[in-house]
Design a protein around this ligand. Structure first.
Ligand SMILES: Cc1ncc(COP(=O)(O)O)c(C=O)c1O
Length: 401
């Protein structure tokens, strides 16, 4: 998208504003499916948690995507967006047994990542097909908060507990139809991913009636020019070959599944915020925007570095700024970042604002959540209205004194 178009959208819909480029989402979806075109049955289940706006879900559905969900509410959002039950997989962690049962009763594929839950579920519902999430204990992921495959992780059933797992399956007579892993986000090295995949193949050999193998996600996307990213084409070539060979060896048709969030939507997103104040101190020039970590928490939460441009003055001379929010705590988006000269009232654009941005937004400091716009066929469509005071009060109950 061009800076001019973004400025125009902020004028039309106000700021702060999230904008998503539908073409970029389509491009990434097609890139992934092309990379794995040699696999007969491929399933891409978009990870709803990354960006859960129903219009975005509808868009992904129109491309043929399925959904990866982690809560019953995400399942319901998917159904609301028109996804059929059989295109949704549910991969919870630490949720109640009742919720798992409820989702299974709907007819959604469930993925269990805990031995006690597996035993309980298998005893009560031996006929319901279940996928098992294993933890291959392979360290991947750019940050400890998003690395989930290591030995200390709470996710998945440890590969070292395979004998116990097999005993539960045998004793309950339950039907295991899929094996899953997700080692973490921001995978830099595809060899590590392929190594984890071998563990998944080895595990799969213990189960005779599998329909799919789910390799999770964690593909790294670039955050700035020349940044490293997962080489999806290379991964596609290598993993497809290995998968096809495994399928032959296994002797039964298998679907290869992925569940990308970031890869599909991160780069499609732009977060636009207006500069309220430029504050020169003795050591720093702060650009204070009309937003904060209530709307975009990733820099404070993960230390993620979103590229920031001044789209009101894109050709201006570059100066150093610390970009900060209005929350009454440390609220820093960037420290001493080179940005084209900023004046009060200018519009800043944060890149890679598609994944884990709006979906992690809150009302902290009693601020409204921003509006969301989908840029599609050359125009911006409002896909979520900006909140109002009524939204803040909704569900609150005043008392009589
Ligand atoms: C089980 C599972 N699958 C998929 C994803 C999506 O990962 P990413 O956004 O890195 O593609 C996550 C992210 O947390 C996850 O926990």
């Amino acid at each position: 998208m061009q800076p001019k178009e973004l400025v125009q959208l902020a004028e039309q819909f106000g700021s702060p504003l999230y904008v998503y480029d539908a073409d970029k989402i389509k491009f990434q979806y097609n890139r992934l499916t092309s990379a794995f075109s040699k696999v007969k049955q491929l399933r891409v289940n978009y990870a709803v948690k990354a960006l859960s706006n129903v219009a975005v879900l509808q868009l992904l559905k129109s491309m043929g995507s399925g959904l990866d969900t982690v809560s019953i509410q995400e399942v319901q959002l998917g159904l609301h967006a028109g996804f059929p039950l059989e295109k949704i997989i549910y991969t919870p962690n630490g949720v109640s047994f009742e919720e798992i049962e409820e989702v299974a009763t709907l007819g959604v594929q469930i993925n269990i990542d805990n031995l006690s839950v597996l035993e309980h579920f298998g005893t009560k519902h031996p006929k319901v097909p279940v996928c098992i999430r294993i933890n291959p204990h392979v360290m991947a992921g750019g940050n400890t908060n998003i690395s989930v495959g290591h030995i200390d992780s709470k996710f998945g059933i440890s590969i070292h507990q395979l004998p116990h797992l097999l005993r539960i399956v045998e004793n309950t007579g339950m039907h295991i139809n899929g094996i899953h892993m997700h080692t973490g986000s921001d995978i830099l090295d595809i060899e590590v991913f392929l190594y984890a995949a071998e563990i998944l193949f080895d595990t799969a050999k213990h189960f005779k009636e599998l329909d799919f193998l789910d390799f999770g996600s964690g593909f790294k996307v670039p955050y700035k020019k020349d940044d490293i990213e997962t080489d999806i084409e290379e991964l596609g070539k290598k993993l497809s070959k290995r998968f096809n060979a495994f399928e032959k060896e296994y002797g039964r048709e298998l679907t290869l599944a992925f569940e990308p969030g970031k890869f599909l939507v991160s780069e499609s997103g732009f977060f636009l915020a207006k500069v309220n104040v430029v504050k020169q101190t003795t050591s720093t020039v702060f650009a204070g925007i009309d937003s904060g970590f209530n709307h975009l928490i990733r820099p404070m939460f993960y230390g993620s570095q979103h590229h920031i441009e001044n789209i009101s003055n894109p050709k201006g001379k570059e100066r150093f700024y610390s970009v900060v929010g209005y929350i009454c705590e440390t609220d820093t988006f960037a420290n001493n970042r080179k940005i084209a000269e900023i004046k009060e009232g200018d519009l800043l654009c944060f890149r890679n604002a598609g994944a884990y941005c709006f979906s992690m937004a809150s009302n902290y400091n009693s601020r409204y959540k921003p509006a969301e716009v989908l840029w599609i066929d050359g125009k911006g469509i409002l896909i979520r209205e900006r909140e109002t005071f009524e939204d803040l009060l909704k569900n609150q109950v005043m008392i009589e004194l």
